[in-house]
Design a protein around this ligand. Structure first.
Ligand SMILES: [Zn+2]
Length: 105
């Protein structure tokens, strides 16, 4: 498949969070530029920022989804009762430890 650059992530954690989220929406995302241990101090900052790449077929949809992700009010996040990590509302279980959301439906 032909990959196109989608977005920068602020950090590796966010990159994986977004990747998991996109996959839930049926869009495969690849992370590039992830920092591997060791050479961190020698690379320019831009290289340290993970990039999200997606299939060109999904690029338009992915960009729209990304906007909705970015505009999602922080009040719609939920915090894991087990590890206190932030999770977007679209996650039913914590991305970090797998604990189920405590939201009551
Ligand atoms: Zn957790």
């Amino acid at each position: 498949m032909a990959l196109e650059f989608l977005s920068h992530a602020d950090n590796t954690l966010q990159a994986y969070l977004l990747k998991g989220w996109f996959e839930q929406q049926g869009i495969a995302v690849q992370i590039r530029g992830e920092v591997l241990g060791g050479a961190v101090g020698e690379l320019p900052t831009e290289v340290l920022q993970p990039q999200l790449w997606t299939d060109i077929e999904h690029l338009d949809k992915a960009q729209i989804l990304l906007k909705s992700w970015q505009s999602e009010p922080s009040s719609s996040l939920w915090f894991c009762r087990h590890c206190s990590e932030e999770n977007p509302t679209s996650f039913d279980t914590c991305w970090s430890c797998g604990t189920e959301s405590q939201r009551n439906t």
